[in-house]
Design a protein around this ligand. Sequence first.
Ligand code: CDP
Ligand code: CDP
Length: 203
Amino acid sequence: MTFTIAIDGPAAAGKGTVGRLLAAHFGFAHLDTGLLYRATGRRTLDGLDAVEAAQNLKAEDLKAPDLRTPEVGQAASRVAAIPEVRQALIDFQRAFARRSGGAVLDGRDIGTIICPDAEVKLYVTATDDVRAARRLAELTGSGHDVSYDDVLQDLRLRDARDSARASAPLAAAKDAILLDTSTLTIEQAVATAIAEVERVRGG
Ligand code: CDP
Ligand code: CDP
């Protein structure tokens, strides 16, 4: 059985959290595709060429401890605008999406470019303020010394760059279901997503 759930949306909207819990609920595998770009961007901060870094990405690169910082986020969104970088990461993502047993992928171009035939597409959003507050809590909770303004600026810069690029820009697929998590708890957001998947699976 293959079944793909594609989740897209702007930075820190709750894509990864909803994706992880949806995958756990249905027993599917989950891939946070942002990690591929973060790990590539992280390597360019060490002086590596972006395309080479993407082509030679290793599983252990995805486990580096500082991948969630705004600095690495910015590097990720810069390399993500390079078509050859995106190209180098496509096959892995598509193979993951069609693995047997079901898969959830979250990112920016999953429902539009990576998996245009996904059985379920969600576009997860929240207001800038809510997203910045959530990401700040996450970063300070894991010991990073960042300010609300730094986090807000990082999200806004990345969203603008990700939306404006020519290659696979951040966009909702025409057939995506909109999920605004601004006033939802994680449990409410996940319950809404589960109901959408059940609707498709049942019908
Ligand atoms: O993957 P993405 O960057 O879109 O967001 P995330 O990392 O899943 O979520 C960012 C933060 O918001 C995490 O700390 C989540 O626990 C939190 N969150 C929340 O408080 N309420 C939601 N409905 C969804 C996420
Ligand atoms: O967690 P957050 O939403 O803050 O970011 P992320 O999902 O980890 O993605 C980091 C950056 O990678 C984004 O700002 C995009 O530039 C890029 N990205 C992308 O271009 N395409 C994807 N499918 C996933 C991430």
